[in-house]
Design a protein around this ligand. Structure first.
Ligand SMILES: *Cc1c(COP(=O)(O)O)cnc(C)c1O
Length: 452
């Protein structure tokens, strides 16, 4: 056994004996042992066996500026030496959090000038749930507390995150809160049936109005949605969907919450997904790309009118020990500086995203591929048995087979059922996109061989 090998096995034993891994079948993981990731640079990871892996998921959608940016480590180190921690409770504050709030307000859509900081996206959505209900209570409409989410939406893993999200597996495991309801998702490939994409988009949007009328406008606090559903399978609504949703939102007195945890900070080629779709949210949840994942941080960007009502309502009894953590805020500020000064988002918009999308679509001719879709630095490949009828291979777990081939061939893609998804670092180069597409084709071939 090589030294490398025995070291890997020692770590795998620690995993088996002591670690309860998130979103994992822990028993199955114990048999196989996790892949141990030890280093990273740019868009690449290295594991403990020395394998180099192209990370087409940017970690968990978060490493926007790529791995190994020393500037982020340096500002963290400097901030830790100067003021490693202080809180924002009880009438104190510190420069990094305040300067970050201003920097975010400058990037956010007009009229959204306040930020509530959290430690994660889930905590951001917990904050959303409490803030919107508190807002309506302050306005003398305490009955407006129902929040409408979408089936298969993802809003995090705390109780509020799980309940706002529309994943039944999470609801079943202690993830339900009263007065949260869900409408169908705009997933044409999976659920469009015989409708055209355009008709299905309108239909899916109309479900929002139906639900508002069913619950009663006077009982609805907010609608929450991701501009593009990420964890649900990179679900990009038909072009007809968001314009129709916008019309419906304008008709009723309810708040709109855009969960920008994935789309925010450049993934669509705009600063926010709502910029891309020209939506006008009242609250936006942020995390992930805010710090490029170098350190945990999330938050909620709040429209001026909502901020005014909440501010005038006295104490909002809500906050986290690590809200606006100074080290996280310093890292976020530097991350935003890098995104801005290096014009990374402009480059995504003008150059790398169009190239990625064009190259990905070349995979549509593969016998296993039913659809390739994508937008900005997001992509999805639907694996099917029959293209025309969009029929899946029954009971084979094709997505998992493909994911394993990817792992074994130096590529990280994620499988959501039989949908392969990617969200590479925003800094991925044209040559690295070529490598990503070539590896993907190879893994599709291997998967096809295994299941045909
Ligand atoms: C990841 C994610 C969250 C949860 O963020 P955490 O930092 O994992 O708590 C919420 N919403 C969306 C859209 C996400 O992708």
């Amino acid at each position: 056994m090589s030294a490398q090998n025995s070291q890997t096995q020692a770590w795998q034993a620690l995993s088996r004996d002591h670690h309860l891994a998130p979103f994992s079948d822990v028993k199955q993981l114990a048999e196989k042992g996790p892949r141990i990731i030890t280093q990273a640079k740019g868009v690449y990871l290295w594991d403990s066996e020395g394998n180099k892996i192209l990370d087409a998921m940017a970690g968990l959608w978060c490493v926007a500026v790529g791995y190994g940016r020393d500037e982020l480590a340096e500002v963290a180190s400097r901030q830790m030496k100067q003021l490693p921690y202080y809180n924002l409770f009880f009438q104190t504050a510190h420069p990094p959090a305040l300067e970050l709030a201003k920097a975010i307000a400058d990037l956010a859509p007009a009229g959204m000038n306040h930020v509530f900081f959290t430690g994660s996206g889930s905590e951001g959505n917990d904050t959303v749930l409490r803030m919107v209900r508190h807002y309506w209570a302050l306005k003398g409409q305490p009955d407006k507390k129902v929040i409408i989410g979408r089936i298969n939406g993802y809003h995090g893993s705390t109780v509020a995150g799980a309940a706002l999200g529309g994943m039944s597996g999470m609801h079943q495991q202690g993830g339900v809160i009263p007065d949260i309801v869900h409408i169908p998702q705009p997933y044409w490939f999976g659920e469009g049936g015989d409708m055209t994409e355009a008709d299905f988009g309108v239909w899916a949007a109309e479900q929002l109005e139906r639900k508002i009328l069913e619950v009663g406008e006077n009982n609805v606090a907010a609608f929450i949605a991701e501009p593009i559903q990420g964890a649900g399978g990179v679900i990009i609504a038909p072009d007809t969907y968001w314009p129709k949703v916008k019309q419906i939102l304008a008709k009723y007195d309810i708040l709109f919450v855009a969960d920008e945890v994935i789309c925010g900070f450049g993934r669509t080629g705009q600063w926010f997904g709502t910029d891309y779709y020209d939506l006008e949210p009242d609250l936006m949840t942020i995390a992930k790309g805010l710090t490029s994942g170098y350190i945990p941080m999330g938050g909620v960007i709040v429209r001026d009118e909502v901020a005014r009502v909440v501010s005038e309502g006295g104490d909002f009894n809500h906050g986290f020990t690590y809200s606006g953590h100074p080290v996280a805020a310093a890292v976020a500020l530097e991350n935003l500086r890098i995104l801005r000064d290096e014009q990374i988002i402009t480059q995504v918009q003008d150059k790398t995203a169009p190239y990625l999308q064009q190259r990905l679509r070349e995979l549509a001719d593969h016998p296993l591929v039913g659809e390739v879709r994508g937008l900005g630095m997001l992509g999805a490949i639907e694996l099917v048995k029959d293209k025309a009828s969009r029929t899946r291979y029954p009971g084979k777990g094709v997505g998992m087979i493909c994911r394993q081939h990817c792992f074994d061939n130096g590529l990280i893609m994620r499988a959501v059922g039989d949908t392969m998804i990617i969200a590479p670092p925003l800094v991925i180069s044209l040559a690295e996109i070529d490598e990503l597409v070539a590896k993907t084709r190879k893994c599709l071939d291997l998967t096809y061989e295994a299941v045909r």
